[in-house]
Design a binder for this molecule. Structure first.
Ligand SMILES: Cc1cc2nc3c(=O)[nH]c(=O)nc-3n(C[C@H](O)[C@H](O)[C@H](O)COP(=O)(O)OP(=O)(O)OC[C@H]3O[C@@H](n4cnc5c(N)ncnc54)[C@H](O)[C@@H]3O)c2cc1C
Length: 524
């Protein structure tokens, strides 16, 4: 028998990847959903910039773990391959160093280990061992952490299984006494190769020397499922998800900033927009930064326990790093670049110390470069390149004014590319230019202190955890996105949205069973 009681829709605050994944999943399962987005575009950080015939992805450029996207799209009974044209990239990264050498990170484990061995005897076996450990840690993450709401170690385990020998072996395998940086240095001794593997933490904007060993699992995720480029840019992902959500009946409201979540001590009942409009909601999924949601949208007087609990758990966690991005339209492409490239700093430890301890831009930074015309020539006028250059910087500190700091740091970046990236004439090739600073990131996407990747993954044990997707204290409140569990980066932000939606759907299934496109079984 159908339950036809009309209940208020679900409101999703923010149309970033987490918000879109939640919208697709909830609508596929028969829920009525309204997405309120502060900006006039969908996709949050996965935005696009067009200038003089060049097309740039503004935020993410590297897509890993496509299986996450596939599962979210399958919720609506659809195939990812019918909605997105994804190309696998190998070499995954081309890496350049000050001394003029380069090293390709390739998918094939035997080839990679052979190359590392040639450069430093012992590193080949070390790399294979690193990947074995990484595979184990990835498997543990899959079983205990992925696809469910987790806010700390307690949530990862079923109490009944905690003392089962297999579980204890898994706990030991987590290497809670160690960091990702230490796990790499134990096995690899060539400093250039160490720098390459350290940059797996680039997906979480954290210092490898402070990041928990469990993040070593990222290496296996990248080797196993590969690195992908969607034709149309990573921007094609939010475009595809929005289309699916709209086909499922989701209503999108742009230029609609949410000022408050309306709730009492126990449950959520709506939201209030910046313009003063009230929207009734049976539940709210916030894709806004999780810390800012709790500090700015929740009324701490109305739900003091929820607020205190959140603050106690997360107040000592710093934001992850921010960044400066140069979008350079070049009239002539550099043929020596691969699609993804790194031009590494002269000294990794000096660089991490500046960004993560001193809170100042690195004097000699690592630059990540995307040259998408390798894969999709239409991103630039013929023969040119829409070159994307990202440098990680500290999150915004008081008194840091990037309108003043930017011109000098732009020159530091260009000088680095000239010296170590094999681009001595880069300034002569620039015919179009745009940029993004930590202040722009803060204004455009509303994170904490301009942080790109939510909370820093620092701490040998706690660094692996982020705020849970379901509030324990306020019924009907869920968190999705890179600042909530399981963390930042495209696949994790997408998974976060799915988890928030799945928790919500488990807590209060849709009144009317979904029909047609929406089939839970399609998700597998
Ligand atoms: C420069 C850069 C490079 C990156 N590179 C990579 C990469 O190569 N690979 C990778 O995997 N990841 C990368 N990332 C990280 C990745 O982009 C993010 O982790 C992911 O996109 C975050 O998604 P999200 O769901 O947290 O939403 P966000 O993108 O943070 O979007 C949140 C949305 O919520 C909206 N919002 C906030 N507050 C409100 C409110 N009160 N009312 C209404 N709307 C609100 C915002 O306007 C925004 O649209 C990069 C990010 C940046 C910025």
């Amino acid at each position: 028998m159908l339950n036809t009681t009309k209940r208020a829709p679900i409101v999703i605050i923010g149309a970033g990847l987490g918000g879109l994944a939640a919208a697709c999943t909830l609508s596929a399962r028969g829920h009525e959903v309204i997405v309120c987005e502060a900006n006039d575009w969908t996709g949050g950080k996965a935005a696009e910039h067009n200038q003089d015939g060049f097309r740039f992805d503004m935020g993410p450029t590297i897509l890993t773990l496509p299986s996450v996207l596939r599962r979210i799209i399958a919720e609506s009974g659809l195939r990812m391959e019918d909605r997105l044209d994804l190309r696998r990239l190998d070499p995954q990264w081309r890496c350049f160093f000050d001394e003029g050498q380069s090293l390709d990170l390739v998918e094939d484990i035997a080839l990679m280990s052979e190359e590392l061995e040639k450069r430093k005897p012992g590193d080949g076996a070390g790399y294979e061992d690193l990947l074995r450990v990484s595979e184990r840690l990835h498997d543990i993450s899959r079983r205990f952490v992925f696809w469910k709401s987790v806010g700390g170690l307690r949530d990862t385990m079923n109490i009944g299984e905690t003392f089962v020998p297999k579980t204890l072996r898994d706990v030991l395998a987590l290497r809670m006494h160690s960091t990702l940086g230490q796990e790499i240095r134990k096995r690899i001794t060539n400093p250039q190769a160490v720098q390459v593997f350290d940059h797996f933490t680039q997906y979480v904007g954290s210092n490898p020397l402070q990041a928990p060993a469990v993040l070593t699992g990222i290496a296996h995720m990248q080797v196993d499922e590969g690195i992908w480029y969607p034709i149309g840019g990573t921007r094609a992902v939010p475009v595809a998800l929005r289309k699916i959500a709209k086909e499922n009946g989701v209503v999108f409201r742009s230029n609609c900033r949410i000022k408050r979540i309306l709730h009492d001590a126990k449950r959520v009942h709506g939201v209030e927009t910046q313009s003063g409009e009230t929207i009734a909601a049976s539940a709210v999924v916030s894709n806004m930064d999780s810390v800012r949601t709790m500090y700015e949208l929740i009324d701490r007087k109305a739900a003091p326990k929820a607020f205190r609990q959140f603050r106690r758990q997360w107040k000592s966690r710093e934001p992850a790093c921010s960044g400066v991005v140069l979008y350079l339209g070049l009239n002539k492409a550099y043929e020596h670049l691969a699609h993804h490239n790194f031009v590494f700093s002269r000294d990794a430890e000096e660089e991490f110390d500046a960004i993560y301890h001193q809170g100042r831009p690195a004097p000699d930074p690592t630059c990540y470069l995307a040259a998408p015309a390798r894969t999709e020539p239409q991103t630039a006028p013929e023969g040119g390149e829409a070159l994307y250059v990202l440098v990680h910087t500290p999150y915004l500190r008081p008194g840091q004014d990037w309108t003043e700091m930017f011109p000098g740091y732009r020159q530091v970046i260009l000088d680095k590319l000239k010296k170590a990236g094999g681009m001595p004439d880069i300034e002569e090739r620039i015919v179009a230019e745009h940029h993004l600073t930590p202040m722009d990131i803060h204004t455009r996407y509303s994170p904490q202190a301009g942080a790109i990747y939510g909370l820093a993954s620092h701490g040998k044990l706690s660094g692996g955890f982020k705020p849970a997707n379901r509030s324990d204290d306020i019924a009907g409140l869920y968190m999705a996105g890179g600042s909530a569990h399981p963390g930042p980066g495209m696949p994790m932000a997408l998974m976060s949205g799915w988890i928030a939606a799945d928790c919500l759907d488990t807590d209060s299934p849709a009144p009317i069973a979904p029909s047609g496109a929406a089939s839970r079984s399609a998700a597998g």
